[in-house]
Design a protein around this ligand. Structure first.
Ligand code: ACO
Length: 439
């Protein structure tokens, strides 16, 4: 699709000629930005009582639900850009908070804006002490994503004014609070799982360093993370910050479209991200690698996947990328940097062997199944000693920035209304009620 200099789609107005063979009538459906408007189909009717033609698109395979200026993906060419900036350049040089600002505001912050933004986020990192009571109520083996989802939802009860979503100041405050507090909640969850005392935010540290400090600090007065880990976390947060209309973002937009407060909408995004076909995939990759056990077992495992046993090669394939996921390339390089410092292990060898065989196997090549971002992220996070079921929480911290940018864009979009798809009813026709309990 052609794009103008400011990233605005060029209007190539043309039309689709449609002939309804049921009636013989002809219609012209305008095509703009490569799409017809689904509502234009409604004029196509057999008679005045007909509802009009619907488009049927389970899983939204070919439906644009919004116009968005935030993230651009070209799945065939493996391109990902935030507000026009290539992901490779942002991952190389930007900070996560700079990217979070960019996603929301559309432009990079100047020095003053950035300093204020960092100050605001840092200032709001503390959470209400009562949050700790919730967390201690969770069982020791509760999944961290369940805990994160519920505590983020609970935050809305601490900030009742956040429901004033049409007030720009309240919206701004909620966005700052969420970006600031999600890492604190995530770190508290980590400490709860480990049975360790909570570590409060250290406002002299950067966003990423502070998060790692809340996770790992013990008795030392100031925690200093290993530079390679700080860098890896910053880059992974940038890579995960947004990915246009994926499952969790769609959930955030759908819940937000009912004008629920942003804490509730983001909690819905976390719930969607939890699933193994979405953000849970990096966790699933490591479980799969554990199940394979040794590089010599890789060929047999691949054969199992190909035989249609139902087992998928986790970390491979993507709904949108049908060539290499550009994030996977960056993550692979990052994994090399991390493993150069912490050493290679058996699981990395298994991963490399899986990748090598899959990339040369016709089953995967013909289906355009390439490693996605999650194939290597789990290995990096594990080398940092994060528990496997915590990986998706790390993803959620980063994606909070994207969810909120998308949520606000949706609210300010005059065309958006409450999300309410249609259905094709395939159930019974009317039939009389006869109780089967009292024959
Ligand atoms: N391993 C083996 N076969 C696969 C895989 C895989 N990982 N992914 C897709 N296929 C096969 C399917 O069996 C199907 O084959 P068929 O045509 O013979 O029936 C074909 O490829 C197309 O698969 P779909 O399920 O139609 O593809 P879709 O675009 O709906 O799925 C998805 C995308 C869910 C990501 C899928 O590739 C998958 O399950 N991958 C593994 C999970 C994963 O890594 N998810 C992370 C995604 S990235 C993210 O969310 C951050």
């Amino acid at each position: 699709m052609a794009k103008g200099e400011a990233g605005v789609q060029e209007q190539t107005q043309t039309a689709l000629a449609v002939i309804d063979q049921r009636t013989g009538r002809a219609y012209e459906l305008p095509v703009a930005e490569g799409a017809i408007r689904a509502m234009d189909l409604r004029q196509i009717k057999t008679d005045d009582h007909d509802f009009g033609v619907l488009s049927y698109d389970p899983a939204f395979l070919n439906t644009a639900s919004c116009r968005s200026a935030i993230t651009y993906i070209d799945g065939d060419q493996g391109i990902l850009r935030y507000r026009g900036y290539p992901i490779e350049q942002l991952a190389e040089d930007a900070t996560f908070l700079e990217v979070a600002w960019l996603l929301r505001h559309g432009e990079l912050p100047d020095r003053e804006q950035y300093a204020q933004w960092v100050h605001d986020v840092t200032y709001h990192t503390y959470v209400h002490e009562n949050i700790k009571n919730f967390l201690t109520g969770f069982r020791y083996d509760a999944h961290p994503m369940s805990m994160l989802c519920s505590t983020v939802a609970a935050l809305s009860s601490f900030y009742p004014n956040s429901k004033n979503i049409h007030d720009p100041e309240e919206r701004n405050l909620s966005i700052i609070r969420l970006i600031a507090k999600v890492p604190t909640l995530a770190a508290f969850i980590y400490r709860h799982i480990k049975g360790l005392p909570f570590v409060y935010p250290d406002n002299d540290l950067s966003y990423v360093e502070n998060f790692l400090s809340m996770v790992a600090r013990m008795s030392e007065p100031r925690y200093e993370s290993r530079p390679v880990f700080t860098r890896a976390t910053e880059v992974l947060f940038i890579l995960h910050a947004d990915h246009e209309q994926n499952c969790s973002t769609t959930a955030v937009r759908a819940v937000g479209s009912s004008h629920a407060d942003p804490f509730s909408a983001v909690a819905a995004g976390i719930a969607a991200l939890y699933g193994p076909l979405h953000g849970g995939a990096n966790e699933a990759v490591l479980r799969m690698i554990g199940q394979i056990g040794h590089p010599k077992n890789v060929p047999a495992f691949i054969e199992g996947v190909k035989s249609g046993s139902g087992q998928r090669l986790m970390g491979f394939g993507h709904r949108v990328y049908k060539s290499y996921d550009p994030r996977a390339r960056i993550v692979k390089r990052l994994a090399d940097e991390v493993f150069k410092e912490v050493g290679m292990d058996k699981d990395l060898e298994i991963a490399l062997e899986l990748e090598r065989i899959a990339l040369s196997d016709d089953y995967f090549v013909s289906r355009k199944l390439y490693p996605n971002v999650d194939f290597y992220t789990g290995l990096i996070y594990r080398s940092m000693k994060f528990p496997t079921d915590f990986f998706t929480v790390l993803f959620a911290i980063a994606r909070t920035a994207g969810w909120l940018a998308q949520w606000e864009e949706m609210l300010l979009d005059k065309e958006q209304k409450i999300a309410r798809p249609r259905q094709l009813y395939v159930g019974y026709d009317e039939r009389p009620y006869r109780s089967t309990l009292h024959p």
